[in-house]
Design a protein around this ligand. Structure first.
Ligand code: UTP
Length: 636
């Protein structure tokens, strides 16, 4: 579990809470990110609540917690002042609300600095919440885990903020919105990596005093100073946060750094006067004005409640990030580097694999077509589905939903990708295969399953993933295809990036020979760009005859010729597509007894619109004998 850092919008979490009493207070907004440093632990089920430590960082003076899992005992620990009060607070909250047993937790590594504004307390609380969730299968989503961690920590004497638990989202930066009691969380798109540095000023500040001074300005401002605090944490903050989201999305690090400096100026002008002693922050300002620091960074500002606690900078490059850390450490500060990685809007993928594979009978009597062996360019032989997992993970996907045909298939997949191989077999693997084994296990942890009870077609299979998708746009990829990109970016990533521009239902398309149109969904419309890579789709016909494809569905291409475009096997599913699939299934609109995805995409052509994207790459079909033969010979 990583620590978290608030990039913009500190204090707006509690300020937004005052909307309950004063509707003129705008909702709070903060950009928060998980960082590289964190707490690592392994957990297993137990009847007691036990915390061990094997990390060297916490070894000094450590003695294990071993408690009964009873409300009385957990309450006693939570309300005490031991190191274990937070974890006991979360365990207490959990046992008050769920029928669960205990946990045995072993902290294996802890490289998160404590008391540096990086919220190590929230990290351990979310870790415990997630551990209960996973071990007892509670089905809490990430916001659910955050809430448990928040209310758990509140059972102790600690007064954590509402943005602290953003570490639950891992290293993704998120926009958090605080509207009264309600919290909203949205992930941000990050075009380029951002090289951040945070440093403990090793000075003194009184957070409680800052919070009490600033809270006095709420809910209703009584004078000009208090009015200034409302403006800074309200509309000024909203404007800064909106600008920051845009700059992060565009990858404009220089302007983002300047915005950090601007945010500090607004804070100094409008918030600091409400707590002048604590927020004058001479140490912070000295370091912000330091010429060597300025040469290495685009800008910086205070951290958390502000004051002389910690400082953050956006370094100009990876190299400057390292230099800045060294410089700050050499000047009596404790500095840490962390990098916000490139992040895309789409982080979930769906792969339907429930089909019987009639066209590959009788082989599919024995093995599923997704397990067909593929010769990879690294000299290994892999099951087809593993190649697909690798494609989507390289494209930034974090969770993969497999639509399987039965519970037995779940067992089969778990055995293939989640269970470790025996020690005996492991001992035979050379080092590079052992590394691959670890990668496979890591992939296994990203898999979730949905069963398609009745084989009612591709559209019906996709519909089973509606809860997994939960209103987010997701990548859909066929289970019996392979892709080879002609650029450094995998095909799926190219499609995801296109979606970030278009924001509408989108299908990857490819030029196909017109005589093979009977095996494809064929799309036609108008080109949106000179390069003829983005099509506004106006017709979408499933398996048309070659004549129909040639005469009515062909598109102009460069050089004056004409071409027919068919589906490529990768799609972006949006909530509108699920809505249409729902309608199709409810009204039993089938084609040959199957619910077709094509019908759902065709239904959104008018509104909100449908787009086709030509990618730089090739698709290899493995779903029928001829295509399988060709693909296996030519995939390289
Ligand atoms: P296909 O159209 O290739 O169907 O499915 P199929 O059943 O696998 O193969 P044939 O046509 O009988 O030979 C495209 C993708 O959709 C999945 C398949 O597993 C494949 O990945 N699918 C299809 C389902 O998950 N459920 C279905 O009801 C149909």
């Amino acid at each position: 579990m990583p620590g978290r850092l608030c990039l913009f919008g500190e204090h707006s979490d509690w300020a937004g809470l005052h909307r309950v009493l004063n509707a003129d207070v705008p909702p709070g907004q903060a950009l928060v990110t998980g960082i590289d440093q964190g707490i690592y632990a392994t957990v297993k089920e137990s009847s007691r609540f036990i915390l061990h430590n094997t990390s060297p960082e916490l070894a000094e003076g450590w003695s294990d917690l071993d408690s009964e899992m009873t409300l009385e005992r957990l309450k006693e620990i939570a309300e005490g002042d031991s190191y274990f009060s937070y974890v006991a607070g979360v365990a207490l909250y959990m046992s008050e609300h769920y029928y669960i047993g205990g946990l045995e937790i072993t902290i294996t590594k802890m490289d998160l600095p404590q008391k540096s504004g990086l919220s190590s307390s929230a990290a351990i609380c979310v870790l415990i919440a997630r551990a209960f969730n996973q071990i007892y299968g509670l089905n809490l989503n990430t916001i659910g885990e955050m809430r448990v961690a928040y209310y758990g920590e509140r059972k102790t004497s600690s007064r954590c903020g509402r943005l602290d638990q953003a570490c639950a989202f891992g290293k993704s930066p998120v926009l958090m919105t605080f509207d009264g009691e309600e919290i909203g969380v949205n992930r941000l798109i990050v075009k380029n990596p951002l090289y951040w540095v945070v440093a403990n000023l090793n000075s003194a500040k009184d957070t409680i005093r800052i919070l009490s001074d600033l809270n006095r300005c709420y809910p209703f401002p009584q004078n000009a100073v208090e009015q200034g605090v409302h403006e800074a944490l309200g509309k000024d903050n909203q404007a800064i946060v909106a600008e920051a989201i845009r700059l992060i999305r565009e990858g404009n690090a220089e302007a983002l750094g300047k915005l950090l400096t601007h945010a500090q100026q607004v804070f100094d002008q409008k918030v600091a006067p409400a707590s002048p002693e604590e927020l004058r922050s001479p140490v912070l300002h000295r370091i912000l004005e330091d010429s060597s620091v300025k040469a290495l960074s685009y800008g910086g500002k205070g951290v958390g409640s502000q004051g002389d606690g910690s400082v953050q900078f956006l370094a100009k490059s990876k190299e400057d990030q390292g230099k800045l850390v060294d410089y700050l450490n050499g000047n009596g500060l404790e500095a840490y580097a962390f990098t916000i990685p490139e992040k895309h809007q789409i982080r979930k993928a769906v792969i339907p694999v429930a089909g019987f594979g009639t066209r590959l009978y009788p082989m599919t009597r024995v093995i599923k077509k997704e397990f067909l062996p593929i010769f990879d360019s690294d000299g290994t032989v892999k099951p087809l589905i593993l190649k697909l997992f690798e494609e989507v993970i390289r494209s930034g996907i974090e969770e993969i939903c497999l639509i399987v045909g039965s519970k037995d298939e779940i067992t089969q997949y778990k055995k293939a990708f989640s269970e470790p191989i025996s020690e005996e077999h492991r001992s035979k693997l050379p080092a590079d295969f052992l590394a691959m084994e670890d990668r496979i296990q890591a992939i296994g942890r990203r898999l979730v399953y949905k069963v398609q009870e009745h084989k009612l077609g591709f559209g019906h299979a996709v519909y089973q993933s509606r809860e997994f998708c939960g209103g987010e746009p997701v990548l859909l990829i066929l289970g019996d295809t392979l892709y080879r990109s002609e650029t450094k970016k995998p095909c799926a990533m190219q499609l995801i990036e296109r979606y970030e521009e278009v924001g509408k239902p989108l299908i990857a398309i490819q030029e196909i020979p017109p005589e093979r149109s009977g095996s494809f969904g064929v799309l036609a419309g108008t080109w949106e760009d000179d390069a003829r890579k983005l099509m506004k789709v106006e017709r979408f016909v499933e398996k048309p005859s070659p004549d129909l494809a040639r005469n009515e569905l062909s598109m102009m291409i460069e050089g004056g010729g004409k071409a027919v475009y068919g589906v490529f096997g990768q799609y972006i599913l949006t909530p509108e597509i699920f809505h249409e699939l729902g309608q199709i299934i409810r009204t039993e609109k089938t084609q040959n007894g199957e619910f077709q995805l094509t019908d759902a995409y065709a239904a959104v052509m008018g509104f909100p619109g449908l787009y086709g994207a030509v990618l730089d790459g090739r698709m290899y079909d493995l779903g029928n004998v001829q295509a399988y033969k060709e693909s296996i010979m030519t995939f390289e």
